[in-house]
Design a protein around this ligand. Structure first.
Ligand code: RUQ
Ligand code: CUA
Length: 664
């Protein structure tokens, strides 16, 4: 019998050599730290006061669960959008209306690890309508509306564990995908409760195709494909000639379940999985799939009621590729591939093997030919494996160390991030020749060219999103802000123009010309369209109502007062709901609402919107509330009082606002 630990340590010698390199090199300081930055770099990133940036740059927050919006080329932070994480600044996840956005089959989940923003597309080009992003930990996909820069929809992915290879889109955003990172045992309780060492028999993966409704942005799972038990890492849709296919990088084809860093790095090649999604769509339409257990929530923001609505689905339509030959193929790919990228022509698929010393470029045409000729090297768990040599366009030799991700410009060039050697390498997709390389500070993860994973890259810049910051900025204790770097790609040589700090951990990012986003800009919500059940659409509608222990205060805000601003008759043991409607009908005039002793956060209410804060008073007395957003010269006067009496009090429930002329 093998002794697992001993086996592992022996293997460490061979497979671990690269890891040592991987680990020892991260964070080492290139000698050219203050690399030559051309004299005119400042003018090329300078956006003068009052002027706008050319691009919106949407960057994942990683473990912050949020998305940050920067302007490019300035690198200025414009907004942080709460997505999977609660945000006390806006009240997202704290207000009664927004809590439903974070509801899942496991209850309210106020955090996630969000990695890959992906813009919605029309004809393969980002259209400025939505931005999707994945939640890794509690598998979810969110849709951000770029009219409001708010999370508009979140769907939970069942039969998934670690939603990493997500949420990449098809060319008309018919679908965004969700491939599980970790394979797991699925099915009923007895099929899920199995020894971990039965991975090979019992663990499976899934890739799901999520359909966002083009009108409403509501999402549902169109179908899910069951796969062999491996890890899926990243993915991209085909385009042009490869439109109708989706490509996923897979690692751990060793099917290891312990000491992964060694055990899942044994094989020289893992796979790129090619999915014929048009065929899957057809099969689903013909009722060929099976509905299997897969309870999940789909949460949607209703912008008329200003509230989240959750729909609970019990099951999901699953397709088994073993019953449908032609649905899935594996292409061998060296070694533990991470990024899986398709060039703008749609002819080439690039797999970036973290541990590979080269970058393989696959040809879609050759893949089709190999499928037609049944040119297989065998099968993997029942899925046909095409021959590496037959599907290969060629290999980029000696690109650098630790290739992770590839983006493209409009001139046939690719840009690959090299984590271990901390650089961006530019190469030609046709000739596979390395053309240029620039250092990044330090340890680049993702990189992004505006439109660089679409059919029509806008080019101009490449941005590096780095894992390690070290000495690039003034130190702030043990934790340093992470970092992005902007390079010009307009000339033959890449040129560093700017460093800027980022919030959270930036993974993937997208950028789009601001002109494509701005036409959908929402400046405020029309008060006459407000259908919130507790809205007060004018001060005359403000009031207070008791329903047993619940006290509902219909409140309004307008510069510079609350109505009502005095409430009496609240008793200990009551639950008080402040339903605050902001009556303003003007751009950029939110009001805030905070009450002393509230156990949650503030509300920040946009013009025309109604939001609700729940407050459970804990002691007898008179408690102030106030506006938190400096809205006017008399902002400091924007306040009110609630009188809280003992539980047995007979003080009548009243709400009022008293004018100076009134008789007191
Ligand atoms: S992954 S580097 Cu989600 Cu590459 Cu971030
Ligand atoms: Cu309203 Cu300050």
């Amino acid at each position: 019998m093998k002794r697992p630990l001993l086996t592992s340590s022996l293997l460490l010698g061979a497979a671990g050599a690269l890891f040592l390199l991987f680990n020892s090199l991260q964070g080492c300081r290139p000698r050219t730290v203050e690399a030559a930055v051309g004299g005119d770099a400042a003018s090329r990133t300078y956006v003068k006061p009052g002027a706008y940036d050319e691009f919106y740059n949407l960057v994942s927050g990683g473990f912050s669960g949020q998305v940050a919006v920067y302007g490019l080329p300035s690198g200025r932070l414009l907004r942080e959008i709460p997505v999977f994480s609660v945000d006390p600044e806006s009240g997202y996840g704290y207000s009664e209306e927004t809590k439903g956005m974070l509801s899942t089959t496991q209850g309210f989940i106020p955090w996630d690890d969000s990695h890959h923003p992906e813009l919605s597309q029309t004809d393969g080009v980002p259209d400025g309508k939505w931005c999707f992003i994945n939640g890794n930990n509690t598998p979810r996909i969110a849709l951000i509306d770029l009219g409001t820069f708010r999370t508009a929809s979140i769907i939970e992915i069942p039969n998934s564990a670690g939603n990493h290879s997500s949420p990449f889109t098809t060319g008309n955003s018919e679908y965004v995908v969700a491939g599980t990172r970790f394979s797991i045992p699925m099915g009923d309780e007895s099929s899920r409760d199995v020894p971990i060492k039965t991975y090979k028999e019992n663990f499976k993966g899934t890739v799901s195709f999520i359909h966002p409704d083009p009108e409403t942005g509501k999402m549902n799972i169109a179908f899910q494909i069951k796969t062999p038990g491996v890890n899926f890492d990243l993915s991209h849709a085909g385009k042009g000639p490869s439109e109708g296919w989706f490509f996923f990088s897979c690692y751990n084809t060793e099917q290891a379940y312990s000491l992964m860093e060694v055990n899942s790095s044994q094989r020289d090649k893992d796979f790129i999985m090619a999915v014929n999604w048009r065929m899957a769509e057809q099969l689903a339409r013909e009722g060929k799939g099976k509905r299997v257990p897969g309870k999940h929530h789909s949460n949607w923001w209703n912008h008329h009621t200003h509230s989240a609505e959750s729909t609970v689905y019990e099951d999901v339509l699953q397709l088994d590729p073993k019953e449908h030959p032609g649905l899935l193929y594996f292409m061998p790919c060296p070694k533990s591939p991470h990024g899986c990228d398709v060039d703008p022509s749609g002819k080439y698929i690039i797999g970036s093997g973290k541990l590979a010393a080269l970058i393989p470029v696959f040809s879609f045409e050759k893949m089709k030919a190999a499928i037609a000729a049944n040119d297989l090297e065998g099968d993997y768990d029942g899925i046909p494996v095409l021959k590496y040599e037959s599907v290969l366009h060629g290999e980029v030799k000696k690109p650098g160390l630790g290739p992770l991700h590839t983006e493209f410009d409009a001139n046939g060039n690719a840009y690959t991030s090299m984590f271990v050697s901390s650089e961006i390498v530019k190469w030609n997709v046709q000739s596979l020749e390395v053309l240029d390389r620039v250092p990044t500070y330090y340890s680049i993860g993702h990189l992004m060219v505006p439109g660089g994973d679409s059919k029509k890259p806008w080019g101009k810049y490449v941005v590096a999103y780095n894992k390690i910051t070290k000495d690039r900025y003034l130190p702030t204790g043990p934790e340093l802000s992470q970092s992005a770097q902007l390079y010009s790609i307009e000339g033959d040589k890449m040129e560093l123009l700017l460093d800027f700090p980022t919030t959270g951990e930036p993974h993937y990012a997208q950028a789009i010309p601001a002109d494509l986003v701005r036409p959908r800009e929402v400046k405020f919500f029309k008060i006459e369209e407000n259908q919130h059940p507790y809205a007060a659409k004018g001060e005359k509608e403000t009031r207070v109502e008791r329903k047993g222990k619940e006290v509902h205060i219909y409140m309004t805000t307008i510069r510079s007062h609350f109505a009502p601003d005095n409430v009496e008759g609240v008793k200990l043991g009551d639950e008080v709901y402040f339903h605050v409607t902001n009556l303003e009908q003007d751009w950029d005039v939110p009001h805030g609402f905070a009450i002393k002793g509230a156990q949650n956060a503030e509300l920040l209410i946009m013009p025309g919107e109604t939001q609700t804060l729940k407050w459970v008073p804990g002691r007898v007395g008179v408690v102030p509330y106030y506006c938190t957003d400096f809205c006017s010269a008399l902002h400091q006067e924007m306040q009110g009082y609630v009188r809280v009496s003992p539980a047995n009090s007979t003080v009548p429930l009243t709400a009022y606002t008293v004018s100076v002329d009134a008789e007191l």
